[in-house]
Design a protein. Structure first.
Length: 124
């Protein structure tokens, strides 16, 4: 019977294992970074949706004539601004209202827009 002399790993085997492990760790870290960036972007959209809802409630409560056509939000939402465009429809008592929220990110400008109809005379 022959006896094998296995006293450990070859240097080449160790190097290949380190390379495979390095590639795996790098891919996991890239995936994690991408996920964090996506979460930050989604957080901005969630804030914008909340602000659009607040502004729509303000439009309904105060009326189209009493809300400025554009402006910036206060407090912690200074990056966000709004713009209201409205036009009468064929029935003069109904107005199509476009409400846009715009904000700056590190790489670009983002926006969220909602269209609705309000039943109120408009003097813009």
């Amino acid at each position: 019977m022959k006896r094998r002399n296995n006293k450990g790993f070859l240097l080449l085997e160790v190097l290949i294992a380190i390379i495979v492990l390095s590639v795996g760790i790098t891919m996991v870290l890239r995936s994690f970074n991408s996920s964090v960036n996506s979460i930050k972007g989604l957080e901005d959209y969630l804030v914008a949706a909340s602000l659009i809802e607040q502004k729509m409630f303000q439009l309904q409560a105060e009326g189209l004539n009493n809300v400025p056509a554009e402006g910036n939000f206060d407090s912690g939402n200074k990056r966000f601004s709004w713009k209201i465009n409205s036009a009468p429809e064929q029935d003069l008592s109904i107005h199509k209202v476009d409400l846009s929220i715009v904000w700056d990110t590190a790489s670009s400008k983002k926006s969220l827009m909602v269209q609705t109809y309000l039943n109120e005379p408009l003097s813009r």
